[in-house]
Ligand binder design. Structure first.
Ligand SMILES: [Cu+2]
Length: 81
């Protein structure tokens, strides 16, 4: 992504358990709601998040269940000025 882009991320949960996905550094929209964490239901549940890329840096995007985070369920979203 690049600064000032409108970013849309679609998540599909192929596991049987819910994953509360949390993004650092931004609030995002899910429909009309503004959040920084959203539960993605199990069994192919889908959630789309959208946000304005207005805070350059390196931001962790991860499952908020700490045992999932410890198992590696995390990525870094990165963009620069
Ligand atoms: Cu999880």
């Amino acid at each position: 992504m690049r600064r000032d882009e409108h970013v849309r991320i679609r998540m599909t949960n192929r596991s049987p358990v819910v994953h509360p996905m949390h993004l650092h550094g931004h609030f995002f929209r899910v429909g009309d709601a503004v959040k920084d964490t959203v539960p993605v239901p199990g069994h192919m549940g889908q959630v789309i998040i959208e946000f304005h890329a207005d805070n350059p840096g390196r931001w962790l995007f991860h499952c908020h269940n700490l045992y999932h985070l410890d198992a590696g369920m995390a990525r870094v979203l990165r963009y620069v000025e």
